[in-house]
Design a protein. Structure first.
Length: 659
């Protein structure tokens, strides 16, 4: 295609005159051309850009050079709003073309120097020879030809005369929302020459560059695609970098001062799902969060962790997806496909440098954001244990392949799990119904049980919510997702609440009064521990941040207590005694079961004397049912626990004995 330079010149100096002027006098890295301008004013040129990128870019540079004062500054041209091509389609049909795609940075290698133009000196006479290297030349092959002056064959690389360029390799993976079914996400290697990106693993980016191919590792007849990156733009914004206009700031302040702000937040959180008021309030608190703090040298996390245990079909996955989209740096993963290394980090070999590098997992990628783990119960126990440290200390210790590092994982976690029996059974303790260990359960600040219970009024409300047309008046009350995201970012950046003396008094009184209800003369369960008090403190601080207040009020403290007590009433009530037992929330054996197991062991030891150390199963059950009024199923469950704990054993089938 022959380029109409006059027409192109008119576009450049009509649309980009000020941009070029700023580029000359400021430290701007490049002049960015909007593809949409080319498409509007010179359609033919825009259509040819993918095929004639170098020619068109060279012509634009010449036009700028001819009409500007030279100041020895190299002109760099980049493009934006280029039509996006999915990563999994970047194959032979796009070879050598200029393409644009979006994806998630999966791996980022260190910047190294690569030989671009080697100048070799003859070791005999000093004659020089120039050899250029391509991107796929991973090894330096010295010239093997004879010197034209002396006939020598030995050459030495002159580092002073040779030209090197900085090279950084990043791997970009297609966005999770584009992954089809159970297929593996597609990814592509991207080489950045003499440029770097401040986007780290986990960031979503738009990449513009030339698609090319390079031979496989063994130089067989197999080639892999790569991108020669021309520009890279970070799409994800940390809450510190989110741009908020003065008008939006005023909107946020007005919103925070409204009396019904908490009600509006609840309505605006996952508006497609009806009900779950307390859960939505907890999610709002989690999104706003609070700051980590140090107390006497010990670090305390500020992020709030939430666990949802619910019957199938109640919208858990929809909740996870919503949070990952609305939260700054939100990340979604499913427990079905997540491994321990996938959640934390793994060691991989860098193709360019040959060094071992860290491949960040979900908990690292979500640093300073929110990680949503769906199907949490489907993970293997060994994989779940990999995130113990990340949940509480908010770091991940790594020691593999000679790399010893501590990675930050300062993120809030919301996880969803299904009961082991398919549906939640209110007559059983929480720890018996989910396959989660006590250390994992204890790290969640709030645990919600969502049951699919038949209720005519609630069912009618849900049906109307799903089937009715959109109510414009109701939608006007909702906070738009874009504004809500900026509201969260503004609050996190500018508001850092502390407890007022009045709020401290409320929390202290609540804690001491609740623990004071325990009768010390009777072995009663403990209703609250210091761990739950810390969770309440985090909730109170988040409540103040929502109001854009740096001081936690009495109302904030009471709101936090109410939410925590709601969760305790769901998961902390012992079905045997009807009393709140914090052991249930932390996944350990409740006090009532501990007492009953003590009784079983006592009875078994007494019967061992009569039966010479081996008590028949029928005799043991009969004794416990008749004289201790225990139910058959309860005895069976507790005997199983005692066996697992190594307290009792089966010397042979149908007999029990103490260890």
């Amino acid at each position: 295609m022959k380029i109409d330079t006059k027409r192109l010149n008119q576009i450049i100096y009509t649309k980009y005159k000020n941009t070029i002027k700023d580029y000359q006098h400021n430290n701007n890295e490049s002049i960015t051309i909007n593809y949409e301008d080319l498409e509007q004013y010179y359609t033919e040129l825009a259509q040819e850009l993918p095929y004639q990128y170098k020619q068109i870019t060279r012509q634009i540079i010449q036009i700028i050079q001819q009409n500007t004062i030279q100041n020895n500054k190299t002109i760099q041209i980049t493009y934006k709003n280029v039509p996006i091509t999915p990563i999994r389609k970047l194959h032979k049909d796009y070879n050598t073309q200029f393409v644009a795609f979006e994806g998630l940075i999966r791996k980022k290698g260190k910047t190294i120097q690569k030989l671009e133009k080697g100048v070799y000196e003859c070791t005999s006479c000093g004659n020089t020879l120039v050899k250029e290297y391509d991107i796929d030349d991973l090894k330096i092959n010295k010239p093997k030809i004879q010197c034209t002056d002396c006939g020598g064959k030995h050459w030495k690389l002159s580092r002073e005369l040779s030209t090197f360029q900085n090279v950084q390799l990043i791997t970009v993976q297609e966005p999770l929302e584009e992954v089809q079914g159970s297929t593996q996400p597609a990814s592509i290697d991207c080489y950045l020459y003499n440029k770097e990106t401040n986007a780290n693993p986990g960031y979503k980016v738009t990449v513009n560059g030339l698609l090319d191919i390079k031979p496989g590792r063994d130089h067989k007849n197999v080639f892999t695609e790569y991108i020669d990156v021309k520009s890279i733009e970070k799409l994800d914004e940390d809450y510190e970098t989110v741009l908020i206009t003065p008008e939006e700031e005023q909107q946020i302040k007005t919103l925070a001062q409204s009396k019904d702000i908490f009600q509006r937040l609840i309505q605006s959180t996952i508006p497609s799902i009806q009900g779950y008021t307390e859960l939505k309030e907890a999610i709002a608190f989690q999104l706003f969060g609070t700051d980590s703090y140090y107390n006497k040298g010990a670090k305390h996390r500020g992020d709030i962790h939430v666990l949802i245990i619910g019957d199938p079909g109640i919208g858990k996955s929809q909740i996870m997806k919503y949070i990952s989209n609305i939260a700054p740096r939100g990340l979604y993963t499913s427990g079905k496909s997540a491994s321990g290394a996938g959640l934390t980090a793994s060691a991989v070999k860098d193709e360019v440098s040959g060094d071992w590098t860290l491949d960040a997992g979900a908990m690292v990628l979500g640093d300073m954001g929110t990680v949503c783990i769906d199907e949490f119960d489907k993970m293997r126990a060994s994989d779940r244990s990999a995130i113990h440290e990340a949940l509480e200390q908010q770091t991940i210790s790594f020691a593999k392949a000679g790399i010893v590092a501590t990675l930050n994982s300062r993120c809030s976690v919301i996880a969803a799990a299904n009961p082991l029996e398919g549906k939640f059974n209110p007559r059983k303790a929480l720890s018996e119904q989910i396959g989660l260990s006590a250390p994992i359960l204890s790290r969640f600040d709030l645990i919600f049980i969502i049951e699919d219970i038949v209720n005519k009024e609630k069912d009618r409300a849900v049906a109307l919510h799903i089937l009715s047309n959109h109510d414009e008046k109701e939608e006007e009350k909702l906070i738009k997702p874009t504004l809500l995201k900026k509201y969260i970012s503004y609050a996190k950046k500018n508001i850092h609440p502390v407890l007022s003396n009045e709020a401290i008094e409320v929390l202290v009184n609540f804690y001491t009064d609740l623990r004071g209800t325990v009768n010390l003369d009777i072995d009663n369960p403990i209703p609250i521990t210091a761990r739950q008090l810390e969770a309440i403190k985090r909730l109170a601080l988040a409540s103040a941040r929502i109001r854009l207040s740096n001081i936690v009020s009495i109302e904030d403290a009471e709101r936090a207590i109410q939410l925590q007590q709601y969760c305790m009433s769901q998961v902390g009530v012992d079905p045997e005694t009807g009393k709140v037992d914090v052991a249930l929330v932390e996944g350990v054996t409740p006090r009532s079961d501990s007492d009953t197991m003590t009784v079983i062991c006592s009875v078994l030891k007494q019967l061992e004397k009569e039966w010479e150390g081996k008590v028949p199963e029928k005799v043991l059950y009969s004794e416990l049912e008749a004289k201790r009024s225990l139910k058959h199923d309860k005895i069976k469950d507790l005997l199983k626990k005692l066996k697992i704990n190594g307290v009792i054993l089966n010397p042979r089938d149908g007999y029990y004995a103490t260890t």
